[in-house]
Design a protein around this ligand. Structure first.
Ligand code: K2U
Ligand code: ZN
Length: 159
């Protein structure tokens, strides 16, 4: 049973920092596995479709992306949650799209945010394997929203 962690709110310094890279020694560790599990439990409990480690007061470059259909995006793809360590967006499509976003750290606010329609992401798995994947549409939006958290940026700053 993973703990539900407290979520940092807008205005707290932790959300403004540029998060640190996860070090090689941390891969394959109980610690990283437990952090990811607790982040997933916290995200799920709040019906989120993504979460970033700084939101649970851990300033490290670790995110979870878990698109699923929801009231705002009824045709969003149902995807297995992906844990991305040290994610890097390698390429943003020229084409952008507007979509409504919310944030676990900014309750009761929603807004239209312009994002790249397609992104190419390189990340490591919890075991340290390097993966490169292309996402489009709502999953691409979540990736951009979560990577922003790792760089201390909230969606409200992009409206
Ligand atoms: O990072 C977070 O605070 C989690 C957000 C992720 C999100 C990214 C892009 C667009 C919307 C949300 C939460 O999931 S906020 C809850 C939510 C869920 C679906 C659609 C809108 C808001
Ligand atoms: Zn957020």
């Amino acid at each position: 049973m993973s703990p539900i962690l407290p979520v940092a709110q807008r205005g707290e310094e932790i959300l403004k920092l540029k998060a640190a890279q996860v070090a090689d020694i941390e891969f394959n560790s109980e610690w990283l596995q437990q952090l990811a599990a607790a982040m997933y439990a916290t995200m799920s409990e709040r019906s989120g479709v993504g979460i970033a480690a700084p939101q649970v007061y851990i300033s490290k470059r670790l995110i979870i992306v878990a698109s699923r259909p929801n009231p705002r995006y009824p045709d969003a793809p149902e995807m297995d949650a992906v844990v991305m360590v040290n994610p890097e967006i390698l390429d943003f499509s020229q084409e952008t799209c507007f979509g409504e976003e919310g944030c676990l750290s900014v309750p009761n606010e929603r807004g239209q945010v312009e994002r790249a329609q397609v992104v190419k992401v390189r990340y490591q798995t919890l075991k340290g394997k390097v993966v490169e994947t292309v996402y489009e549409g709502f999953p691409a939006r979540i990736v951009q929203h979560e990577v922003d958290h790792l760089d201390g940026i909230l969606f409200v700053e992009r409206i």
